[in-house]
Design a protein around this ligand. Structure first.
Ligand code: PLP
Length: 394
């Protein structure tokens, strides 16, 4: 509509939405679609967390909370950062938000001026580029491929830095590739960044606990990076709490204060019941969610072994999160069952129409050779989906 702002008009429509719309259309026609496109655990929130929320309602937690979160929640976050990440934060460095997504949006809004560049190692989570653009920043993609294990090298990082570089954003474990940067790899990137003291790092660690190789590392663990790193985390993925909408940051004081100010004008504090429940979630030992991680690990093995049997899918073994990100460029230029496949978007649509399996095109993540499959689905669904894909492409 002509009265809409340039801001919204210049924002890309989510490619995942195009897929969702097409999926709905086919379902309405009565087609039996298997959805491997969603980025959310197929578990319910554990009972001990639900009980804490019910208790909070009965205890009359119904007023506005402090904008940056209840102190009891901040203290639980501080303990969690210490326990899991060897990070020391105090209360003034913590901001609780309506999902890690808001934490990321706050970071962009308080740090970026028009034209500031943000380095995004590819593939990156679908919203990074649009959030950066919304804050009038310029996303700068740093490409990787299945051959480089979807990780950037220090040399690539250095080559991408310009006088306008303000930030770098990455997730590890990564959505969508599932790769995990080791402490040594992060140190090598940090060695480049220390030469450019004005660059601020957003380390998105929301898949921290969904790690099959062990050894989660945080950029802020390095003393020379601590004062310029925003550590983003949340409960959506590890605790199966996507709809509760709680995320948080640990950051330098001055950044946390700015995020608090931003949030104070836009949303106020996050939902009070959800905040109380998250205190219980974060105080619980990590072993309380291990059953979900174990399931993801089994499914990862299943999905990898089934993908290996299909010609034309080149894949790395994901080390964390619950996605595989195969390179499907083998099919580009071919015609499959009458569908001309020019790119990953065509291929993903082909799988939806001919295999009745919903995936997401790698274009959405800045990697046009790949597609993303989520294995946050039952083993039966995974087996059936991969059987259908195999039949459709062979
Ligand atoms: N960061 C990454 C890498 C994600 O995959 C997601 C959700 O898909 C988020 C952040 C957002 O999480 P939240 O539900 O806490 O807003």
């Amino acid at each position: 509509h002509q009265q809409l702002s340039d801001r919204i008009n210049s924002m890309a429509t989510s490619q995942t939405l195009a897929m969702a719309a097409k999926t709905r259309e086919l379902k309405e026609e009565g087609k039996d679609i298997i959805g491997l496109s969603l980025g959310e655990p197929d578990f319910n929130t554990p009972d001990f967390i639900k009980d804490a929320a019910i208790q909070a309602i009965n205890d009359n937690y119904n007023s506005y909370s402090p904008v940056d979160g209840y102190v009891e929640l901040k203290d639980a976050i501080i303990k969690k950062f210490k326990r899991d990440n060897h990070l020391d934060y105090n209360r003034s460095q913590i901001v609780v938000s309506t999902g890690a997504k808001q934490s990321l949006a706050n970071a962009a809004m308080v740090l970026l001026n028009p034209g500031d560049e943000v380095l995004l190692p590819c593939p990156y989570w679908v919203s990074y580029a649009e959030i950066v653009k919304l804050a009038e920043g310029v996303p700068v993609e740093v490409p990787t491929s299945v051959e480089s294990n979807f990780k950037i090298t220090p040399a690539q990082l250095e080559a991408a830095i310009t006088p306008k570089t303000k930030m770098i954003w990455y997730s590890s474990p990564c959505n969508p590739s599932g790769m995990v940067y080791s402490k040594e790899e992060l140190r090598a990137l940090a060695d480049v960044l220390v030469k450019y003291p004005n660059i601020i790092v957003v380390s998105d660690e929301i898949y921290e606990h969904i790690n099959f190789v062990g050894g989660h590392a945080s950029m802020a663990e390095f003393d020379d990076m601590y004062d310029r790193t925003i550590t983003v985390n949340g409960v959506s993925k590890a605790f199966a709490m996507t709809g509760w909408r709680i995320g948080y940051i640990g950051a330098p004081d001055w950044i946390a204060r700015a995020c608090n100010k931003m949030q104070g004008q836009i949303t106020s504090g996050a939902n009070c019941i959800a905040q109380r429940a998250v205190i219980t979630a974060l105080e619980a030992p990590v072993s309380s969610i291990k059953f979900m991680i174990d399931k993801f690990k089994e499914r990862r093995k299943l999905v990898i072994s089934l993908l290996d049997e299909i010609e034309g899918f080149k894949t790395t073994e994901p080390e964390g999160a619950f996605y595989v990100f195969p390179d499907v460029s083998h099919f580009f230029g071919k015609t499959l069952k009458g569908h001309k496949i020019n790119n990953a978007t065509d291929f993903s649509m082909f799988l939806l129409e001919e295999a009745l399996v919903a995936t997401v095109t790698g274009d959405a993540f800045g990697n046009p050779n790949c597609i993303r499959l989520s294995y946050a689905a039952s083993e039966d669904q995974i087996k059936e989906a991969l059987k259908r894909i195999k039949a459709a492409v062979s």
